[in-house]
Design a protein around this ligand. Structure first.
Ligand code: PMP
Length: 402
């Protein structure tokens, strides 16, 4: 006799079902490569040393309290986050036409941005890449936007379908919102080159589309925070408008702190002022004000030049471990003579590799080798560690293919 007896179980979720299958597998050698969190060489979660140091500093500061932050979060955090993505010398910042508000990580920033757009932007169509991060359509649909896709990944080349992407964006209605992943595209690991970004920028501007950057992996593509910001900065440099959802989950390893920012670059200070006040009206009924701890950690690190430097070194360390895993997996497949061209594994960028394995092969690998990946064939390179794990995966892929 429940009020909720008519509530149905949820439809099967491909990502969650991999998670459950892995959880319930009793094998001692099981390996879950479906997640998106960095792991150390020992397969353990990593807290950056600079984060530990910042936390200690904060804990020792008796002047701190637990008062509410303002609706838009910690002011220093917002300024420093905007500088991190736009560049300290950004004309948009100098001209005071940038709105940045602290949000609940990348997801929360996307959600707040989407709610604002649903309320204040005339065109409700939003384009995402095919494929894209699974949460994108859910976030945008829930906000009341209408989600469409543009071609992005070409399974034949395991690279970018650039022609298809331009064709689809050309056909988008004027004013349509276009979600662009700033770097280290999830799930494909395929990014446009800078020349291609420039062509995308020209098209987006000439068709009056509104770019919404998802910047969840700044630093994770090249190891450099500035290089990974180039695409976004290209769009900001032309004076046009854009949205940016920024996350510190991956590049500072602050996943559970839920810390990120929404930046809206406007064309004038007056527009920015009004946009800012309307974004606050989106935030207020949703969660009133954001959490303080993660913002304080990020601010401590970004503010202090020594800690900032330590951060960039640790970030590079994570990235080079991932690159080395790519190289080692590629070489292990070469050594086995596994049929097919596996160069995509070393060409692809960021945390993930789109292997090109099909669902049958993926199920075989899970059953016989206890290795779990999402059914689109995405593996988290950051979840790979040590020679034994790598050999287990290379053997599994080889057996699935041959
Ligand atoms: N965008 C993309 C493309 C992602 O891969 C992720 C994390 N998986 C996010 C946004 C959001 O992550 P978070 O909310 O932890 O910042």
């Amino acid at each position: 006799n429940s009020f909720f007896s008519s509530v149905l179980p949820p439809p099967e979720d491909p990502v969650l079902s991999v998670y459950f299958a892995s959880r319930d597998d009793p094998s001692p050698v099981k390996l879950n490569l479906s997640g998106g969190s960095y792991r150390t060489e020992e397969g353990k979660p990593l807290v950056l040393e600079v984060v530990r140091k910042a936390e200690q500093q904060l804990a020792n500061d008796m002047s701190r309290n637990k008062e509410y932050l303002p609706l838009d979060g910690l002011a220093d955090f917002n300024n420093l986050s905007a500088k991190l993505i736009l560049g300290a010398d950004s004309p948009a910042l100098e001209e005071d036409r940038v709105v940045t508000i602290q949000c609940l990580s990348g997801t929360g920033s996307l959600r707040v941005g989407a709610e604002f757009l649903a309320k204040h932007h005339q065109e409700r169509v939003i384009f995402v890449s095919n494929p894209t991060w699974g949460n994108h359509p859910l976030i945008f649909n829930l906000a009341g936007l209408s989600v469409e896709v543009y071609r992005y990944y070409d399974p034949k080349t395991r690279g970018l379908d650039f022609k298809g992407m331009l064709e689809d964006l050309s056909a988008a209605p004027s004013g349509a919102i276009v979600v662009l992943q700033a770097c280290a595209h999830n799930p494909t690991g395929v990014d446009p080159t800078l020349d291609q970004w420039e062509q995308i920028r020209k098209l987006v501007r000439s068709k009056s589309l509104l770019p919404f950057f998802d910047n969840a992996y700044q630093g994770f593509a090249s190891g450099s925070l500035d290089i990974d910001a180039k695409a976004v900065r290209m769009f900001v440099a032309d004076g046009g408008e854009c949205f940016i959802a920024q996350s510190f989950s991956k590049n500072m390893g602050l996943y559970g702190e839920r810390i990120g920012a929404l930046t809206i670059v406007c064309t004038s200070k007056d527009v920015a002022r009004n946009v800012h006040s309307q974004v606050l009206l989106v935030v207020r009924p949703m969660y009133l004000s954001p959490p303080i701890h993660g913002a304080s950690i990020v601010t401590t690190i970004l503010k202090n030049s020594d800690m900032y430097k330590d951060w960039t070194i640790e970030l590079k360390g994570m990235v080079s471990r991932i690159v080395s895993m790519r190289q080692q997996l590629y070489e292990a497949l070469q050594a086995r003579g596994t049929p097919g061209d596996w160069s995509n594994i070393i060409k692809q960028i960021g945390m993930f590799s789109f292997t090109g394995l099909n669902e049958k092969q993926i199920r075989f690998i899970a059953k016989e080798y206890h290795i779990y990946m999402t059914y689109d064939g995405r593996i988290s390179m950051a979840g790979l560690s040590s020679k034994t794990v790598l050999i287990q995966l290379a053997d599994a892929i080889h057996a699935a293919i041959t």
